[in-house]
Design a protein. Structure first.
Length: 36
């Protein structure tokens, strides 16, 4: 092993990123749904 990149990567749908970004701009926090 050469000590290269070690970590995790994942994909986030662009519409999810857009919703989170808009919530932060509008509310200062991410609005989440509640179950239960």
């Amino acid at each position: 092993m050469t000590g290269g990149y070690v970590g995790y990567s994942f994909a986030v749908p662009s519409n999810t990123v857009r919703k989170i970004f808009e919530d932060i701009i509008e509310y200062g926090d991410v609005q989440k749904g509640l179950l239960g």
